[in-house]
Design a protein around this ligand. Sequence first.
Ligand code: 2RA
Length: 338
Amino acid sequence: AGYNVIVVGASGAVGQEILQVLEERNFPVGELKLCATARSAGKEMLFKGKTYIVEETTPESFDGMEIALFAGGAASTEFGPLAAEKGVVVIDNSSHFRLDPQVPLVVPEVNPEDVKAHKGIIANPNCSTIIMVVPLKAIYDAAGIKRVVVSTYQAVSGAGAEGIAELTEHTRAALDGGEVVPSKFQYQIAFNLIPHIDVFQEMDYTKEEWKMVKETRKILHDDNMAITATTVRVPVYRSHSESINIETVRKVTANEAKKILEDFPGVIVQDSPADKVYPMPLYTSGNDEVFVGRIREDNSLDKGLNMWVVADQLRKGAATNAVQIAELVIKYGCLLKK
Ligand code: 2RA
C-alpha cells in the first residue's frame, strides 16, 4: 500500500533531507523513485535500509507516480507542470510557482486549508519566509499585525551542499593563509557577512528580500501588511536566524507574546535572559521546530514586539515543510489520482 512518491533533485542537500524526513515521519511510501540531472544519475541512496539508484529525470519518470517532491531548481520549471498534467500532485521547493494565483503557497501550521485549492502544484515557500511566518501567524491571530521589519542571518546551506562546502574551504584557507576563491558566494564568507542573497531588483532590494515580503502576504492572505526585509548571508552551516520587529494592532505585552508563542504548534520558546537562554543556530540544526527567544516589547513603539527566531533551513525551511504538505494532501484526500 502507500503512495507512489518521486523525489526530483534527490541527490542535493534538500533532496537528501527530504528522504531522511520521509523515513523519520514514516510517510506512507509505496513505490519510491529518485531522480536528478544526468550529472547525478547513477548515485546510490539509502531509504529505509534499501539502496536506490538515482535516475536522470525524464517525462516518463512521472508515470505511475502520485506525489512528486521537487527539491527545487530548474527541474521544477521543466517537469512540474508536466507531472501535474500526468495526475501527479507536485510539491515544489523552487521559487518558480510561489506567487502564481493558481498555486497554493503553504506552511502547514499557518494556512493548511489552502492545500485544498491546488490544481496539481503546491509551492513550498522560501526558507526564510517559512521560518518567519510560523511565529508571525501566532501574533497575527492574537493581536493583528500592521508592520513587520525583519533582518535575516542566513546559513550557507541555503546555497546547497556547495554552499556548505565553501564555508569550510574559506574558513580553512583564511586560517591557513591560503587563497580564498569565492564561487557560490560573492566574496569570502568566512569571518564575513554578505548582504546579498539572490539578485538585486527594484528599489535595490534583493529577490530574497522581495520573496519575504510577497510570500508572507500571500500565506497570511493580507496584502495590506507592511513588510520590509534585509537578508544577509552569514558564516553558519545550517540554521537561519532572523531578528523580527512587529507593530501590532492590539497591544501585547512580552509575557502575553511568550504565552501566545508557546501555545502555537511548531514553535519552541527558548527565552530566559537571566539564564542565558535564547535560540542559537549552532544548536537548532536537525530540528523541525521554529525556536523563538529575546521576546521584548518594542521600547520605541506603543504596540510593538521584538523577537529572535532560529530554525533549521534544510528541515523546517525546506524538506520537513514539503513533507508536511504531502501529509496534508493525503489527510485532505486531494490527490489527483483516485
Ligand atoms: C538561500 N533562501 O538561503 C535561499 C534559497 N534557499 O540561499
